[in-house]
Design a binder for this molecule. Structure first.
Ligand SMILES: Cc1cc2nc3c(=O)[nH]c(=O)nc-3n(C[C@H](O)[C@H](O)[C@H](O)COP(=O)(O)OP(=O)(O)OC[C@H]3O[C@@H](n4cnc5c(N)ncnc54)[C@H](O)[C@@H]3O)c2cc1C
Length: 398
């Protein structure tokens, strides 16, 4: 389906889940949209993640999660054949530890931030009855969340839908916002200006460099993860995560907080195990520098095998690395860039872009189109792109 409209011309930079969903929402709203991707659809984390649509446990992000789940269900109706099927029920999440006190500390924390999920502690016997694949020395918090998906499937579904609603997708094209006298007038591509009324940058960890080439404004940084995709014969039905997933939970170090050994995330993988589409994604690392994935395979599997012993012998399909676009406060930057008219940002979803990205894409699309309850005003202050200061006046507290 190609839509003809006299709406604004909008350039979107980035062919990950956020850029593609943004482009689709803009086109649905009547804009003439061109999306530029320097490599291929889902070339970044959007195609290489662990594959779980998961409750983010941060109250500011929870509405994005619920809207994103609804958006996936809508895609299955409006774009049948092109979309993937989100499981009808969550698989359930087991936050597991070898130490009961860690499970207890985590359960206490979750009862404060998400009491409606009624997290329960399971001891090793209960766990083994529930999931025979698990090691026999574990304790876990069970939360009724987590939809496993084939990691790239949501992004391809948005790409298919974007094309159906008339988005022009240009692959292998690196684009840079073209700014003249404080206003974005289009994008520079292959040394030429391609004019647009507005530009949205959704380029994952590479977003700040496109917004502020001076290098002063860097509220989003890459946090690299390695995932080993295995063919585990009898995988757990639940999503398994190590209970010290401090990045996800916003706790500095749960293990140390509970009196255990501090976890050095630069050296030690933190286990996650997600099965969808016949493959089991075993992760992951949280690294500041781009890693050599092969150098991490053995360490990731060794640690994961302390949770699911069969992982040690599972055939490996591939090992891959990708970068989480992590904002300094863990929340995305969504909306108008305060110091350039016509320039918008949607990035910084960190470990949860498949879970929250599409809903924030809808928000930034509404802001570009001036829709919603007051347009940009409808975007929560927690996602304000100006909260880390502007390049000329960096805030001390950013
Ligand atoms: C190991 C790992 C596991 C994860 N697991 C999960 C999970 O289970 N659930 C979940 O919700 N999230 C998960 N995430 C996070 C999620 O993958 C990301 O938050 C999300 O994919 C970010 O999407 P994005 O579109 O913002 O960025 P990206 O996917 O990085 O896309 C940005 C795109 O922009 C392109 N680009 C960059 N510069 C330019 C330019 N100048 N011109 C044109 N194109 C450009 C890049 O090539 C790239 O394709 C995981 C991340 C990692 C690293």
């Amino acid at each position: 389906m190609t839509r003809r409209s006299g709406g604004p011309a909008v350039a979107v930079i980035g062919g990950g889940i956020v850029g593609l969903a943004t482009a689709a929402y803009l086109a649905e709203g009547g804009a003439r949209v061109t999306l530029y991707e320097r490599e291929a659809i889902a070339a970044g984390a959007s195609g290489r993640n662990s594959g779980v649509v998961q409750h983010p446990f941060d109250p500011a992000l929870v509405p994005l999660y619920h809207e994103t789940v609804t958006s996936y269900r809508r895609l299955a109706v409006v774009a049948p054949g092109a979309a993937f099927a989100l499981p009808s029920e969550p698989a359930g999440l087991l936050l597991a530890s070898h130490h009961r006190r860690v499970a207890e500390a985590l359960a206490a924390h979750l009862w404060i931030v998400v009491p409606d999920l009624e997290p329960e502690i399971l001891d090793s016997a209960e766990l083994r009855a529930l999931e025979p694949a698990l090691a026999n020395d574990l304790h876990a918090v069970r939360v009724p969340v987590a939809y496993p998906v084939v990691p790239a499937a949501p992004t391809y579904a948005w790409a298919n839908h974007a094309e159906r609603v008339g988005v022009t997708i240009r692959l292998g094209r690196a684009a840079t916002p073209h700014v003249t006298r404080g206003r974005a007038t289009g994008v520079d591509v292959d040394g030429r200006l391609e004019a647009a009324d507005a530009v949205v940058v959704a380029a994952g960890p590479w977003t700040p460099a496109l917004i502020d080439p001076s290098g002063r404004w860097r509220p989003i940084r890459p946090l690299w993860g390695v995932v080993v995709e295995t063919l585990l014969a009898d995988p757990p039905r639940h999503v398994i995560e190590e209970a010290s997933m401090d990045v996800a939970l916003g706790i500095t170090d749960l293990s140390a907080a509970a009196g255990g050994e501090p976890v050095d995330s630069a050296e030690t993988p933190e286990t996650s195990i997600v099965t969808a589409g016949g493959a089991t994604a075993v992760g992951s690392t949280f690294l500041e520098q781009e890693p050599d994935p092969a150098a991490w395979t053995e360490r990731i599997l060794r640690r994961a095998a302390t949770f699911v012993p069969a992982v040690a012998d599972a055939p490996i399909r591939e090992t891959r690395a990708c970068a989480r676009p992590l904002a300094a406060d863990g929340r995305p930057l969504v909306g108008a860039v305060p110091w350039v008219d016509g320039l918008f940002i949607c990035s910084g979803h960190g470990p949860w872009g498949i879970t929250t990205g599409p809903a924030s894409a809808r928000q930034v699309a509404d802001a570009v189109l001036g829709l919603g309850n007051g347009g940009a005003a409808a975007i929560p202050a927690a996602f304000d792109p100006g909260r880390f200061g502007i390049p000329d006046e960096p805030r001390q507290d950013a």
